[in-house]
Design a binder for this molecule. Structure first.
Ligand SMILES: [Zn+2]
Length: 94
C-alpha cells in the first residue's frame, strides 16, 4: 500500500479511549460480561482485574484499570455514573 493510499482517508477513531477501554470494546460475550461485572464489583481490586488480564496475555496495568474505573482516563465515560452507583449499591440485577 502506498502512502497516498494510506492517507486517502483519515483513520477511523471512534473515540479517544484508554488501553482498558479499547480492550473492553474488543471483548465479547462471557469475557466482556465478566470484565464489566468485575469492574462494577468493589470486591475485585484493579490489581485483581489487571492480573487476570495479564494471565490471558493482555498487556494491562493495575493503574490503567484503576484510572478507567475512576473515570480519570481518556474514555468518554457515559457509564461513569453507572459504574460508581453500582459500586456503592449492591447489585439489584445481573
Ligand atoms: Zn478508559
Amino acid at each position: 500500500m502506498s502512502l497516498a493510499d494510506r492517507l486517502r482517508e483519515p483513520t477511523k477513531r471512534p473515540r479517544s479511549q484508554c488501553t482498558f477501554g479499547l480492550l473492553l470494546g474488543r471483548l465479547e460475550g462471557a469475557d466482556r460480561k465478566a470484565l464489566d461485572t468485575a469492574l462494577a464489583d468493589e470486591r475485585y481490586t484493579s490489581r485483581n482485574i489487571a492480573e487476570a488480564l495479564q494471565a490471558e496475555g493482555y498487556d494491562m496495568r493495575a493503574a490503567t484499570v484503576r484510572r478507567h474505573r475512576r473515570g480519570e482516563c481518556s474514555c468518554e465515560h457515559q457509564n461513569k455514573e453507572h459504574y460508581q452507583s453500582r459500586m456503592k449499591a449492591s447489585p439489584s440485577h445481573g
